[in-house]
Design a protein around this ligand. Structure first.
Ligand code: GLC
Ligand code: MG
Length: 721
C-alpha cells in the first residue's frame, strides 16, 4: 500500500556515459547505438505515468576534453519526473564499454551513496547491456527489489559473429573482454527476475544460448515507434509542406526510371548488406514475367556516390544489384535511386507505394527486429517478409502481410503477386497495418505492458523474499542506520556468557537505528559457526579474515566493492615464496588462508618482525602485517585491515566514523580502535593494546569481555542520540 501511495521509483542503468537528453551523438562511436535513444525514451515515457514517482537513468560521468561538457553534469533533467544521474567511476576520462568492468563495483558504491543522500526508495532496478546488468543485479539484491535486464546485444551472439568473420578466440577476448562479458551475462540471466526482449526469436535464439536460460521470466516488448512520422497514406491533413515537397521529389526521381510509372510499386529499403538479401528480390522479380507486367520495383540501398570507392561488402551488393538488373533486362521497370533523405523522404516513400497499391518487401535472411516493416505497416503498405526473426512477431500482432521462406525467390514472387492481385486482401492488410501498428507498437503500449509486468513481479518477489529467512534487503537496512557497533568476536563478545546475554538484549532493543557488526580474524564460515554456538544473533555486517572480507548478514552477500578495492598490488604467490625462506615462521593450517590473507605462527621477537619487513620490502612486496596474541602473524594486502574495512563501511554507507563504536581485546583489534571511532578496550585485553593508552577516543574499560562493551557504550553515552 505504502508503495502505491508514494509512487514507483524506477532506476535504469546504462553505463557507458555517452548519453544526454538533447542532441544525442548517434553513431559517434560503437557505444552510441540504438540503446541510447531507447533508454532515454523509456525513462521519459515511464515518467509520464501517474503511478511512477520518479525515474533515474544512471550512467557514468565523463570529464574529458574530447567530449562535450554535457556528459559531466552530475544531474540532467529529462522530463519533470525523469533525470540522468551521472556517477563518477574509474576517473574522468572516457573509457570504452569493454574496459569498464574493473570500475563497476565503484559505480555500485557511489550509486548507493547517491540513493542514501537523496533518501530514495527503489522499487525496481533495470540494467541495459551486460555492464549495467552487473550493477543492477547487485543493487537489486542489496535493496531486495526486482531485477530487470535488457541485453540489447549478447556476448555469445557477438562472439559467434566475430568467429565467423575470422577472428580467433584469443583476439576476441583481448579486444572485447568477451570471457568476462559472457560469464557476467550467465550470472545475470541466472539472477534476473525479468528479461525484456524485443522479439520471440531474441528470447529463443539468443538468451537460449545461456545456461540459466530457463530461470527468469521473459517479456517480449518491442520498443515504441515514432508513429507521428508515419501517417496513413491517405491522410492529407497531416502532410505538411516539407512532406509534400519530399513526395514530389521522390515521384520525379522514380519516374526517371519507369516507362509506366503508374503501376503498383514493389518497394524495398535497406542498408547495402549481403545479409539483407536484396538480390533474391530482384531475382524473384526478374524471373516472373507476370510480376513485371503488373508492377514496378524500387530498390533503395542507402546513399551512394561512387560504388567503386565503397567498402567491400557494400560495393559487392551494389554491383550485384546492377548486374542483376542487366541480366534480367529490367530497364524501365526497376528503380535503383542513388540517394534519398532519411528523415523526410522515407515516410513519403511508403505512402507513394501505398497510394499505388504496392507492397513492401524485406527479403533479409534473418531480421532481428524489422523496423522498416512497422513503418511501412503504419503507412498502410502491406508487407512480405522473411520468416526468420522479428517479422514473425509483427505478422502475428498485426496480420498485415505474408511471411515467406526467402531461400527460394519463387516464394517471394508468389506472395507479392497474391497481395497485388487480390484487392480485398490488399485492403485488409493495409488497414490492419495502420490500426495494429498504432495500437501495439507505440511507446504508450510498451509502457502499459512494462508496468503491468513489473507490478506483478513486485508482489511475486516479496513472497520470494519472505520465504528465505536471513536474506532481507541489506541496503535498505544499511542506509537507514545512523550508528553502528563493531565488536571483535573472540574474548570481546565471547568469554563471559552472562554479560554477553545482557549485551545482546541491549543491541536488540536498540536495533532500529543502531547496527551491529563483528570484525574478526576468523573466516566467514568459522565466524558464523562460532556466533551461532554462542547464541549471538546474525550481525548486519561481518568483517572476516582480519578485515580482508566484508559480508552482510550471510555468506552470500559479500561486498565486492571492498574486494576490488584491496586487490590492488596484492601478490600472494611472491609473499608466500619469500616467507618460506624464513626458518622462524610456521605456516598455519591451509584452511586459514584466504584470497587476501596468508597466516603464520611466530614466537614474539622484534628482530624477527624486522627481518620480515626487510625481506618483503626489499622484494618490493606491498603488504600489511598484523601480529597478535603473541603468536599469530597475518599478511594482507596493503589496503586491507579491520580498521580500513571499518573506514570503508563508513564511506560506503555514509555513517560518520564518530558514529561507530568499536570494541576489541587484542593486537588484532588495535588498529581499528585508533582515530575517529569511539574505541573500547575490554578489561581482559592482551599486552599489545598498551600502545593505545592515553589515546583520544580510546576507553579502557575495567569490565571484562561483553561487560566491557556495555560499559563502553554507557561511557560514551552511545545509546543516547
Ligand atoms: C584467527 C584466524 C587466524 C589468524 C588469527 C589472528 O584465529 O583463524 O588465521 O591468524 O585469527 O588474526
Ligand atoms: Mg579477540
Amino acid at each position: 500500500m505504502a508503495d502505491s501511495e508514494k509512487g514507483l521509483y524506477i532506476l535504469l542503468f546504462s553505463i557507458h556515459g555517452l548519453v544526454r537528453s538533447q542532441n544525442i551523438e548517434m553513431g559517434r562511436n560503437a557505444d552510441t547505438g540504438g540503446q541510447v535513444t531507447y533508454v532515454l525514451e523509456l525513462a521519459e515515457q515511464l515518467s509520464l505515468r501517474p503511478e511512477v514517482e520518479r525515474v533515474d537513468l544512471f550512467t557514468r560521468q565523463i570529464r574529458d576534453k574530447q567530449f562535450s561538457e554535457d556528459y559531466s553534469q552530475p544531474i540532467e533533467p529529462i522530463s519533470e519526473k525523469a533525470r540522468i544521474v551521472r556517477i563518477p567511476c574509474g576517473g574522468g576520462r572516457y573509457i570504452r564499454k569493454e574496459l569498464l568492468w574493473p570500475h563497476l563495483d565503484e559505480f555500485i558504491d557511489k550509486t548507493l551513496k547517491f540513493i542514501k543522500r537523496e533518501d530514495l526508495d527503489p522499487y525496481l532496478v533495470h540494467g541495459h547491456y551486460a555492464d549495467a546488468g552487473y550493477v543492477a543485479m547487485h543493487l537489486a539484491s542489496l535493496f531486495g527489489v526486482p531485477f530487470v535486464f535488457t541485453g540489447h546485444s549478447l556476448g555469445k551472439v557477438k562472439q559467434e559473429k566475430l568467429l565467423e568473420e575470422g577472428l580467433n578466440q584469443e583476439e576476441i577476448n583481448r579486444k572485447y573482454h568477451m570471457e568476462d562479458r559472457i560469464h557476467t551475462e550467465d550470472n545475470i540471466v541466472g539472477c534476473a527476475d525479468l528479461v525484456v526482449a524485443s522479439t520471440q526469436q531474441e528470447v529463443k535464439n539468443q538468451y537460449g544460448k545461456y545456461e540459466h536460460y530457463s530461470v527468469p521470466r521473459y517479456l517480449v516488448n518491442p520498443p515504441g515507434l515514432d508513429i507521428k512520422r508515419f501517417s496513413p497514406y491517405y491522410d492529407e491533413e497531416h502532410t505538411d509542406d516539407m512532406a509534400k515537397q519530399a513526395r514530389d521529389t521522390l515521384q520525379v526521381e522514380l519516374n526517371r526510371f519507369f516507362i509506366t510509372p503508374d503501376k503498383p510499386l514493389i518497394l524495398s529499403l535497406s542498408r547495402p548488406d549481403k545479409r539483407k538479401n536484396v538480390a533474391s528480390l530482384i531475382q524473384a522479380y526478374g524471373e516472373s514475367k507476370e510480376l513485371q507486367a503488373i508492377a514496378n520495383l524500387a530498390v533503395f540501398l542507402g546513399i551512394r556516390k561512387d560504388i567503386l570507392s565503397m567498402e567491400e561488402n557494400e560495393r559487392d551488393v551494389l554491383i550485384e544489384t546492377l548486374l542483376l538488373m542487366d541480366k534480367y533486362d529490367l530497364y524501365g521497370k526497376i528503380a535503383i535511386p542513388k540517394k534519398h533523405d532519411f528523415t523526410h523522404e522515407v515516410p513519403e516513400l511508403y505512402c507513394i507505394a501505398a497510394s499505388r497499391r504496392g507492397v513492401f518487401v524485406n527479403p533479409a535472411l534473418t531480421e532481428p527486429f524489422g523496423l522498416t516493416l512497422l513503418e511501412s505497416g503504419a503507412c498502410g503498405l502491406p508487407i512480405v517478409a522473411t520468416k526468420d526473426g522479428g517479422p514473425e512477431d509483427i505478422i502475428k500482432n498485426c496480420n498485415n502481410g505474408i511471411l515467406v521462406d526467402v531461400s527460394d525467390p519463387v516464394n517471394i514472387s508468389q506472395a507479392v503477386k497474391k497481395i497485388l492481385i487480390d484487392e480485398e486482401l490488399w485492403k485488409t492488410y493495409s488497414r490492419n497495418g495502420i490500426d495494429k501498428v498504432r495500437s501495439y507498437y507505440t511507446w504508450s503500449a510498451h509502457i502499459d505492458r512494462y508496468l503491468e509486468k513489473i507490478i506483478d513481479l513486485k508482489s511475486h518477489s516479496i513472497e520470494k523474499q519472505l520465504s528465505i529467512p536471513g536474506t532481507g534487503p541489506v541496503a535498505r537496512r544499511m542506509i537507514h542506520l545512523n550508528k553502528i557497533i563493531i565488536c571483535d568476536i573472540d574474548n570481546t563478545l565471547t568469554g563471559d556468557p552472562e554479560s554477553l546475554k545482557e549485551l545482546i538484549a541491549l543491541l536488540k532493543k536498540n536495533s532500529r537505528h543502531i547496527g551491529f557488526g563483528v570484525a574478526t580474524g576468523r573466516s566467514i564460515d568459522s565466524a558464523l559457526e562460532h556466533l551461532a554456538e554462542n547464541g549471538i544473533p546474525i550481525p548486519d555486517v561481518i568483517v572476516t579474515s582480519v578485515g580482508t572480507e566484508i559480508y552482510y548478514q550471510n555468506r552470500n552477500n559479500r561486498d565486492n566493492g571492498w574486494s576490488r578495492h584491496i586487490r590492488q598490488k596484492w601478490d600472494k604467490e611472491t609473499i608466500r615464496r619469500l616467507m618460506a625462506t624464513l626458518p622462524f615462521v610456521k605456516k598455519q593450517d591451509p584452511e586459514t588462508e584466504r584470497e587476501f590473507k596468508i597466516s603464520y605462527y611466530m614466537e614474539p621477537s622484534k628482530d624477527h618482525l624486522a627481518q620480515i619487513h626487510d625481506l618483503l620490502t626489499r622484494n618490493r612486496c606491498r603488504y600489511q602485517l598484523i601480529y597478535s596474541h603473541q603468536k599469530y602473524l597475518d599478511l594482507l594486502p596493503q589496503r586491507a585491515s579491520k580498521g580500513k574495512a571499518i573506514r570503508y563501511l563508513s564511506y560506503k554507507w555514509e555513517i560518520p566514523l564518530e558514529n561507530f563504536l568499536v570494541a576489541g581485546d587484542s593486537g588484532n583489534d588495535e588498529e581499528m580502535l585508533r582515530g575517529e571511532p569511539h574505541g573500547v578496550v575490554v578489561g581482559n585485553f592482551s599486552k599489545e593494546m598498551d600502545v593505545l593508552r592515553g589515546k583520544r577516543r580510546v576507553y579502557f574499560s575495567p569490565r571484562k569481555y561483553a561487560g566491557g562493551v556495555i560499559d563502553g557504550m554507557s561511557h560514551y553515552k552511545f545509546l543516547e542520540s
